[in-house]
Design a protein. Structure first.
Length: 165
């Protein structure tokens, strides 16, 4: 494993090229625009702050009232290392996360996979929205993400409303 000093030197070298800053700023600007668009489309949904992350993930929560009552939320996540957008069902805390995972493990999830409770795992259910997004067409990308997110939300509401079989 390289020393911190060595990796900071590499980091400084990469930053001197200017591409990392431009990419990061573009991703953050896109995420802010996505958040604003979804808030406008769904004024009744609660919306959390944009979490910028440590260049690993950037996300914000968007929660329909029916999910808020169940103490779960929808997280729209950009994974920097994978260049991928995902949508997650997440609990308001670890206890809720574990309870909902236990509830969903007993159901037919129509192709969704329940996450395992473990350190560092914040999701209950994850779904890939867009792999290798085209940031040069932001309006088109936002519409694709919005449509797939709406379908995921509908599926999660349905799954959480069903009685356990």
């Amino acid at each position: 494993m390289d020393s911190l000093n060595k990796v900071v030197a590499e980091y400084t070298e990469q930053l001197s090229k200017g591409q990392i800053q431009r990419a990061y700023k573009g991703i953050m600007t896109f995420m802010a625009g996505l958040k604003a668009t979804l808030e406008h489309k769904h004024p009744d949904y609660a919306s959390g702050a944009l979490y910028f992350g440590y260049m690993d993930m950037t996300y914000f929560a968007l929660t329909p009232p029916v999910l808020k009552d169940k103490m779960v939320k929808i997280a729209l996540v950009y994974l920097h290392g994978q260049n991928r957008f995902e949508v997650w069902l997440a609990g308001n805390n670890r206890k809720i996360q574990a309870q909902v995972i236990e509830q969903l493990e007993k159901k037919d999830l129509n192709g969704y996979k329940v996450s395992q409770v473990s350190p560092g795992v914040d999701s209950i259910v994850e779904s890939i929205l867009i792999d290798r997004p085209n940031f040069d067409k932001p309006d088109e990308l936002i519409e694709r993400i919005a449509g797939k997110t709406a379908a995921f939300i509908d599926d999660m509401i349905s799954l959480l409303s069903e009685k356990t079989t």
